[in-house]
Design a protein. Structure first.
Length: 108
């Protein structure tokens, strides 16, 4: 699998299906602990925190300082927050319990 087709591969689809089968935070931790290295887990958690802070209006410099994320990571997460896919927005809305988040996901 090349990086060019990572998001369209059968392996990626199966990974996404597997993630959807996880029902609790404890199950998610067990799955991710088996799937990811500690460094990869930390990177993913950091990106979610970066997205959370950016969404709340914090500056790039502040977000980088608070999370330890590089300016490149902060910029990339910001671009994704504004992008078409909407994955960060969807998850953050659901984490925040915003009404309509589940309905928008089903409509997309």
């Amino acid at each position: 699998m090349t990086r060019d087709n990572t998001f369209d591969s059968e392996e990626t689809r199966r990974l996404c299906e597997a993630a959807c089968l996880v029902k609790t935070p404890e199950e998610a931790l067990a799955f991710f602990a088996d799937l990811l290295s500690p460094h990869e887990m930390s990177d993913l958690a950091q990106r979610l925190e970066v997205a959370t802070l950016l969404r709340s209006g914090r500056s790039y410099v502040d977000v980088s300082s608070v999370t330890g994320a590089s300016s490149t990571t902060v910029s990339r997460v910001s671009k994704c927050l504004r992008g078409e896919r909407g994955g960060y927005r969807l998850v953050l809305e659901r984490l925040d319990g915003e009404p309509g988040a589940a309905g928008r996901a089903n409509a997309e």
